[in-house]
Design a protein around this ligand. Structure first.
Ligand code: SF4
Length: 324
């Protein structure tokens, strides 16, 4: 169905997706790597990764009769300064990751993906489909690489040569047999900027992220206390972490602000630590409303704020102690 793939990619562009591609369904690329990663315990407390490993290993277990995997992407890249620079210039503020500045990408992408699925079910009459944005049992980045949207960089993110790596991904599993689009090739070369910049040393090998150390995983997904030796590396980051993407040369020239949905809500860009500390549970729910920060329960927010406070006080102490 070569024509259908072409039309699908065009339809995805009409729906506002920046990228779209197709891979033939079968054993998932990266399934073995996932098993090795899980066996090493690098998923930390993200038990759902282990529980869904069998489903992730083959999309045909998720959608019986699945023959194609459609992957789409939308950019959330902006030209705002890098986190370390922004925090250094704004004492007393904290960092909320770029992906969470705008509207909840799960909703934005899912709505469009459902429309794409319905369109495809008409084009390939009788075909069945299921749509996932981030939370489904699908290896999105690996399928995105196979479908040619980009390559998985040494920082574990999907990188597109034109758009960089600040991309939200969505996957449509379909029983329609579509012509695949060519897979992507790797363009990291000899660069190691992300590996060198990670404040928490979370990359035991290029392309392998140890979620037990990754600041994004710790602040967003991890429940419970964070080990004292990791707390200084978190700095004043309260949700997510952007460092390994901010240093990536492929994000330097990426076009910015492509989608108004993901434009920064002013209160989520560099908020004052004190503003967040003053929130109660209801206040936090209101503050994060409409954003993807629903994955951070109030207890995790309190934990993250306490770490940011510790680190801010230490910074202040060091600044006070430095010779003039
Ligand atoms: S910073 Fe360099 S090594 Fe890391 S993902 Fe980007 S290009 Fe690849």
């Amino acid at each position: 169905m070569e024509r259908t793939t072409e039309r699908l990619v065009a339809r995805a562009a009409d729906l506002g997706f920046d990228l779209a591609g197709v891979a033939a369904a079968g054993p998932a690329p990266g399934a073995e790597r996932l098993r090795t990663w899980l066996a090493a315990g690098m998923h930390g407390t993200m038990g759902s990764m282990a529980r869904t490993a069998d489903l992730r290993a083959d999309p045909r277990t998720v959608l019986p009769g699945c023959r194609s995997v459609v992957v789409v992407a939308m950019s959330y890249h902006t030209n705002r300064p890098a986190s370390r620079e922004a925090l250094a210039g704004n004492p007393g503020t904290v960092w909320i990751s770029r992906y969470a500045w705008g509207r909840d990408y799960h909703r934005v992408l899912k709505k469009r993906l459902v429309r794409l699925g319905r369109w495809l079910a008409t084009e390939a009459s009788g075909s069945d489909w299921r749509a996932f944005v981030d939370t489904g049992p699908v290896l999105e980045r690996e399928w995105a690489e196979r479908a040619g949207l980009g390559w998985i960089g040494k920082n574990g993110c999907l990188i597109n040569r034109r758009l960089g790596s600040e991309l939200f991904l969505g996957v449509l599993l379909t029983t329609a047999a579509l012509e695949p689009t060519p897979p992507a090739t790797d363009h990291c070369g000899r660069c190691t900027a992300c590996l060198d910049a990670c404040p928490a040393d979370a990359f035991p090998r290029p392309g392998v992220v140890d979620a037990r150390r990754c600041i994004a995983a710790l602040t967003v997904e991890h429940r419970g206390p964070i080990a004292p030796e990791l707390r200084p590396a978190i700095g004043r980051t309260v949700a997510g972490c952007d460092v390994c993407q901010e240093v990536c040369p492929w994000n330097r020239r990426a076009p910015a602000d492509r989608h108004p949905e993901f434009a920064p809500a002013p209160h989520r860009y560099l908020p004052a630590l004190e503003t967040l500390e003053a929130l109660d549970e209801e206040g936090w729910r209101e503050w994060r409303r409409g954003s993807p920060l629903g994955r951070i329960p109030f207890e995790s927010l309190e934990r993250n704020l306490a770490i940011a406070r510790e680190n801010l006080e230490r910074e202040r102490g060091e600044a006070g102690a430095s010779p003039r």
